[in-house]
Design a protein around this ligand. Structure first.
Ligand SMILES: NC(=O)c1ccc[n+]([C@@H]2O[C@H](COP(=O)([O-])OP(=O)(O)OC[C@H]3O[C@@H](n4cnc5c(N)ncnc54)[C@H](OP(=O)(O)O)[C@@H]3O)[C@@H](O)[C@H]2O)c1
Length: 344
């Protein structure tokens, strides 16, 4: 197989979001990321955001005018009761994910919950047990798992193109302006780097390597008591390790390198948004893959629509067990870092 044929075959791994069935979305929380999700749904899927839930009617209306023209606006309770809403997208701070997901599940709605899924694994169990009882679909919005470059990398790794994967090195650091009341720095809103952005490289490593046997974390906290900067090491049996750095105080490039016994893959640009990658082989061979697409949330939205149409309650690409395993690793790392949220 030529390199071109190889790339065409791995590209097929990410289905076109426009080919997914249409559903009605309800957006719960009219914040920043809800805006980009709504834009992606409106422009790059056949689905529509039909309702917006906000604590403030004026903010909800402004949001709808900008990101979801024609959508109804109401409270969170009105949103989940809306018969036109098939699936609710929970885009509130981590501290509120459990309650808002449970609100949607209790109304019989399917739910896509922003990452981190909840504050801790115990809350995740509560949500997933409720979903099991109600028979509704629930997925953590780990958007990376559905992106074309990640699907292509998984296909290359599965074909043994870089041999056995022995290491994953991932980095996600952002310099957020220090504001003790923002959801990034406020422990009451379950802030800190790990749940907000460190979750991406941890989930990426687990996607390729499974559940780690050992988690070691070190770092330090902000004045408010959430994790400012940390380094996390994961060991997967005697076969692989992963190392992750995450921060709320450094504007560093976001990167991932996957080390294999026969070569390596370096993700170019923002590793957890749509981008390309480079494969280097031990014999000196080198190929580049251009995987840029707009935003990328249309891929996770399309996955939800496909699963609902198929009558599934979970996605194979981000299963309930995947979320529970990920939350357990985040709990272990956060415990070692000494971050405790109020009420935990
Ligand atoms: N997928 C991604 O690329 C990505 C990127 C960034 C963040 N996220 C995730 O998306 C979620 C939201 O992040 P964001 O950056 O969009 O946050 P944000 O701009 O602060 O928006 C959060 C929204 O939640 C609602 N909310 C409900 N209770 C709240 C409270 N007590 N305090 C503050 N807001 C409250 C508010 O909407 P109303 O007032 O309108 O109800 C607010 O606008 C988080 O889970 C985060 O990790 C995902």
């Amino acid at each position: 197989m030529t390199y071109g044929e190889l790339m065409i075959s791995v590209l097929d791994a990410a289905p076109d979001p426009m080919s997914a069935p249409a559903i009605g979305w309800g957006v719960l929380g009219a914040g920043r990321i809800a805006g980009s999700f709504s834009d992606a749904v409106g422009t790059s899927t056949r689905s529509r955001v039909v309702a917006v839930g906000s604590r403030d009617a004026g903010r909800g209306r402004e949001f709808a005018d900008k990101h979801a023209p024609g959508a109804r606006v109401g409270s969170y309770e009105e949103l989940v009761a809306d018969p036109a809403v098939d699936a609710v997208y929970v885009a509130t701070p981590h501290s509120h994910h459990r309650d808002h997901a449970l609100l949607a599940v209790a109304a019989g709605k399917h739910v896509l919950v922003e990452k981190a899924f909840t504050r801790n694994a115990a809350e995740a169990v509560e949500v997933l047990n409720a979903a099991r009882r109600a028979g509704v679909f629930v997925m953590e919005a780990m958007k990376t798992r559905h992106l074309p470059h990640v699907a292509a990398i998984r296909a290359l790794v599965a074909r043994g193109e870089i041999g056995d994967v022995v290491s994953v090195t991932g980095n996600y650091q952002v310099a957020f302006p220090y504001d003790e009341t923002s959801r990034i720095f406020d422990p009451a809103l379950a802030g800190g780097a790990l749940l907000d952005i460190g979750v991406y490289p941890v989930a990426f490593a687990m996607d390729l390597l499974g559940v780690p046997d050992e988690v070691r974390a070190t770092g330090f906290l902000t004045r408010t008591g959430v994790d400012a900067q940390s380094a996390i090491a994961l060991r997967f049996g005697e076969r692989a390790v992963a190392s992750v750095t995450t921060s709320v105080q450094s504007p560093s490039p976001t990167s991932v390198t996957i080390g294999g016994t026969a070569g390596n893959i370096q993700i170019a640009g923002h590793a957890f948004a749509p981008t390309g990658f480079v494969v280097e082989w031990a014999d000196g061979g080198r190929k580049e893959f251009d995987g840029f697409v707009e935003d990328g949330k249309q891929y996770e939205a399309a996955e939800v629509a496909r699963c609902i149409a198929a009558g599934a309650v979970e996605s194979a690409r981000m299963s309930w067990q995947d979320t529970l395993d990920l939350m357990a690793v985040l709990d272990a790392a956060r415990g070692q870092l000494g971050v405790v949220y109020p009420g935990e």
